[in-house]
Design a protein around this ligand. Structure first.
Ligand code: BGC
Length: 919
């Protein structure tokens, strides 16, 4: 067996969790880039690096001569053959040669083969959007079913090709001959439909049969026409539900070709769904069920079906989808069914999640209404629905007395752990509700999981797990703030702060890369200012123009910081090139500056949003001044622009931004930092910002600020005193100046506000507020209180990089930094990342006064290792000792003497404890 194994090739960023080698990969690129990763199958293989790769392409029915390339590149290498064409699919596999540490040749066998197919661009499709010919109401619009029957010849086996290209004004499900095509949920997903609208591709060869066939599509409002945002806006993108589909069937003899497109020969009607809304849920009237409406047994009865018409086409770019679909990724069984104080039946699934119910067996008398209300928490023994604000989060079945075999809402999702059921209970005689009657289906964008962390402390592990759950729930087509109330919007600040954590945990490259394209399109039409939320639904028409056009640091800085963090995680320079105009536009036109080049202080900044000391109804009232925060970000982002300009080859721009950075840093220092080194924002967030963004003139100044941050943390009795801005960086700041003991002490704090407080309260996801639930079990009185918001979970980046000790030193993990920082009473920890090259694993333990590190560095990469006894703070002007290792498995150790645990707070003698319920 070969000592090195190579994965099957990846096409661009098609790294989806549900991808299996046998299904083709559909791309809109004629010359998609290829990547592969490695696995050493022999533990002793060390220092392996690739010297050549060979690619075998088979297309147009013939194998191509093998393409042999001398190169160490294995991530996003150029397409080696002729551009992909429409008339054929192409099979691709790869093998590699390389050398080990002794210079001996070690080669792989061929990888698994994949099939890649080019998707026709919109101008090569002849379909139009169609919808009902009846006049439309202002909504809510009842879901619509559209269908068409057609004939295909007898191909004597399967046709060569049968491709369905499909999308909708709304969200859709498509069927051929009664069978559901694909597992997508909420397709085509939410994009800024004004600019970009995606269509999906499906292979339907197996679903066709000679003679009569039927294609059926059900479409509901979704994001296109449903309610969006707290202002109650409907039909933001259009007033009519519509579908767009083209089925191309090709057989070798051309006369067998069939093309079916959506046009006014289709018919439409309504099914059992009376309403379907993302926030409010669905009403399903069983009596309107039409079994077989989308199959060959469907009735040809005139009367039930109404005419369709061609709808105006979209002005957006209609593009083939290259993002992972939203899918059902897990089924969860109830952990308990109980009766609330007022006698209601409540199901507890034990986990706060995002998705919908699956009812497995139900039979109710005619006219019975069964209502499922969803919520994240229980308050006072009843369903806690206040945080949902105006979102109904309710699905209803209206029974006609027939048995329901399986039922789920189709075009909606909810954020929930608990479901209150009316009309069905465990004491029903005929068909009781039992733990077996129902499941919860977990839904999210089906990205591949790539990052893991664990350690010897179960509460910290739970914090990490909760963050993964919050990421899953809030990566549903777009990165959202929360998944349950009347928002679920793409707030830019939330993903800006959580980006580095997200990019470690899952392969976000396709999803976030595409979302950033929408950010840039929206920004262009908004005076260079990225909207607060993308897709932007806050406009003058909705009465929310002030939100839509308000330049904001931290949130709008996503245009620089997210592409940068994606580049670091996945090594794709294209993301920087593509987003570069958006970055420039923001810094040159969007930011509103004063005479010194820093932010114009007359602009209000949300700044350190949700600082725990802010009152429940004024979440932006942080201790750290918003303009200080904005200016610190501006200096940092300007510095990054220098580096980014350099990387993308704009040398002149790089020089310009370098000069600008120097000027702004000086202005910042003059304005905000005393000669000794204290920033005027003398808070955990203010001090941490100045440290991690390197805003000091000298290491001596940094030393003063570092000591001050230590003091601030001790004065706060190790409680968190940071909001969105300070939370991702405060522990990084502490450990970067050698105060890891204090960082660990903050991590282990359990009193509110702290990271572990929610865990002690039974949280299973990350909360929006430090005290979304108060210690007495009541819900925070603020009207904005979600129990599933990832922003404050961005501490996990510190767990990955500092406690677990792994981070990318060169983009895409070509070279990694291994720098674990042990502390507190942790006896072991492990961080693992499935890098673009293969699995990187760093595991440490403390045994008899020694720190023992076991490390796996993926093939074709190297790592820089800094052991705990050699670590020092470069911010404070010290240098540390490191060594380099090539790929392979290693064990290193050093003496380790833990710092005194626990560090002591600075006592405040005259405080009288305040009753906790007053928090
Ligand atoms: C969202 C936040 C967001 C904020 C900004 C909230 O309603 O849930 O996460 O960043 O508004 O104002």
């Amino acid at each position: 067996m070969a000592k090195i194994k190579v994965s099957r090739p990846l096409i661009e960023h098609h790294n989806y969790s549900d991808a299996d080698a046998s299904s083709p990969i559909y791309t809109g690129h004629r010359q998609p880039r290829l990547s592969w990763s490695f696995e050493a199958t022999d533990d002793t293989l060390t220092g392996w690096h690739q010297t050549h790769y060979t690619i075998k392409l088979s297309a147009w029915g013939q194998p191509h001569p093998d393409i042999y390339v001398e190169s160490s590149e294995s991530v996003l290498v150029p397409w080696p053959g002729k551009p992909l064409s429409l008339d054929s699919s192409c099979r691709v596999k790869v093998r590699v040669d390389g050398e080990d540490e002794h210079g001996d040749l070690v080669s792989s066998l061929w990888s698994e083969e994949i099939t890649v197919e080019f998707v026709p661009p919109r101008d090569q499709l002849s379909a139009n959007f169609i919808g009902s010919a009846q006049p439309q109401s202002d909504g809510p619009l009842r879901p619509l079913r559209l269908r068409k029957s057609f004939n295909v010849p007898d191909y004597d086996g399967l046709p060569d090709k049968a491709k369905l290209y499909v999308t909708a004004y709304g969200v859709y499900q498509v069927f051929v001959n009664g069978e559901r095509i694909g597992n997508d949920q909420m397709a085509p997903g939410w994009t800024s439909y004004t600019y970009r609208h995606l269509y999906q591709t499906h292979d339907v060869r197996e679903h066709l049969r000679p003679g009569r066939n039927v294609i059926g599509i059900e479409v509901a409002e979704g994001w296109y026409a449903g309610r969006l945002g707290w202002a109650g806006q409907r039909q933001f993108y259009g007033k009519a539900l519509g579908v767009f589909a083209e089925l191309q069937v090709v057989a070798s003899e051309t006369e067998g070709a069939v093309t079916i497109t959506t046009d006014d020969t289709w018919e439409c009607g309504h099914g059992p769904l009376m309403t379907s809304d993302i926030y409010d849920g669905e009403v399903y009237a069983q009596e309107n069920e039409q079994v077989g409406w989308n199959g060959i047994s469907s009735s040809e009865e005139p009367g039930q079906w109404m005419p369709t018409k061609v709808l105006p086409s979209t002005e957006a770019k209609l593009l083939p989808s290259e993002v992972p679909p939203v899918s059902v990724t897990e089924h969860i069984k109830p952990v308990r069914i109980f009766e609330s104080k007022s006698g209601k039946t409540i199901i507890d699934f034990g986990q706060n999640m995002v998705g919908k119910l699956l009812v497995k067996q139900l039979r109710k008398p005619i006219g019975q209404e069964i209502v499922f209300r969803h919520a994240e928490v229980i308050e006072d023994d009843e369903l806690g629905t206040r945080p949902l604000r105006s979102a109904g989060a309710k699905d209803t079945i209206l029974s006609n007395g027939q048995v329901i075999e399986t039922w789920s809402p189709q075009h909606t999702f909810h954020g929930f752990r608990y479901v209150e059921v009316t009309g069905w209970s465990p004491s029903d005689e005929r068909c009781p509700l039992t733990m077996e009657s129902i499941e919860a289906l977990v839904m999210h964008t089906d990205m591949k999981r790539t990052g893991w962390f664990s350690c010897s402390d179960p509460l910290v592990n739970k914090l990490h797990e909760n963050t993964v759950w919050s990421m899953r729930g809030n990566f549903l087509s777009i990165p959202t703030d929360c998944p349950q109330r009347d928002e679920r919007l793409g707030w830019t600040g939330d993903i800006q702060v959580f980006g580095p954590s997200a990019n470690f945990l899952f392969d976000t490259s396709a999803m976030l890369g595409h979302w950033l394209e929408d950010v840039a399109s929206e920004q262009k039409d908004n005076d260079g200012i990225p909207p607060f939320i993308v897709p932007n639904i806050l406009t003058s028409d909705t009465g929310d123009n002030s939100w839509g056009r308000f330049p904001q640091a931290v949130w709008d800085d996503v245009v620089v910081l997210l592409p940068w963090s994606l580049y670091h995680a996945f090594g794709d320079v294209e993301i920087l090139k593509r987003q570069y105009p958006s970055m420039q536009m923001w810094l040159e036109r969007g930011v509103r500056r004063g005479a010194d080049g820093l932010w114009d202080p007359s602009f209000h900044q949300l700044g350190d949003w949700l600082d725990p000391s802010a009152p429940p109804d004024r979440p932006g009232e942080a201790k750290t001044d918003g303009t200080f925060v904005a200016d610190a970000y501006l200096v940092h982002v300007t510095h990054l622009m220098t580096t980014i300009s350099d990387i993308v080859g704009h040398k002149g721009e790089a020089a310009k931004w370098a000069l600008e950075h120097k000027k702004l840093k000086k202005a910042f220092g003059r304005k905000y930092i005393t000669i000794e080194g204290l920033p005027v924002a003398d808070t955990q967030t203010g001090l941490a910002l100045a440290i991690v963004f390197d805003l000091f003139k000298t290491p001596d100044q940094a030393k003063v600020a570092a000591a001050r941050l230590g003091r601030a943390v001790k004065l706060a009795d190790f409680k968190v005193a940071t909001g969105f801005v300070g939370t991702p960086i405060v522990t990084h700041a502490l450990s970067s100046v050698g105060l890891q003991n204090l960082a660990y002490r903050m991590l282990f704090e359990k009193e509110c506000p702290s990271w572990l407080y929610p865990i002690t309260m039974g949280a299973t996801t990350v909360w929006e507020r430090w005290n979304s639930m108060l210690p007495d079990g009541s819900i925070n009185p603020g009207e904005m209180t979600s129990f599933n918001h990832y922003a404050l979970g961005s501490i996990v980046n510190w767990l990955h990089e500092v406690v677990g000790g792994i981070s990318p030193l060169e983009p895409g993990w070509k070279r990694s930094l291994i720098r674990p920082v042990p502390g507190a009473s942790l006896t072991h920890a492990e961080a693992k990342h499935d890098t673009p090259y293969g699995m990187l694993r760093c595991k440490w333990s403390i045994e008899s006064g020694r720190f023992i590190l076991s490390l796996t560095v993926p093939p074709n990469t190297t790592a820089k290792v800094v052991m705990p006894d050699r670590q020092a703070s470069h911010i404070l002007g010290d240098t540390e000792e490191s060594f380099e290792v090539a790929s392979g498995n290693y064990e290193f150790s050093c003496a380790y003497e833990p710092e005194k645990w626990k560090p002591e707070a600075i006592p405040i003698p005259f405080y009288t404890p305040v009753k906790k319920e007053l928090w």
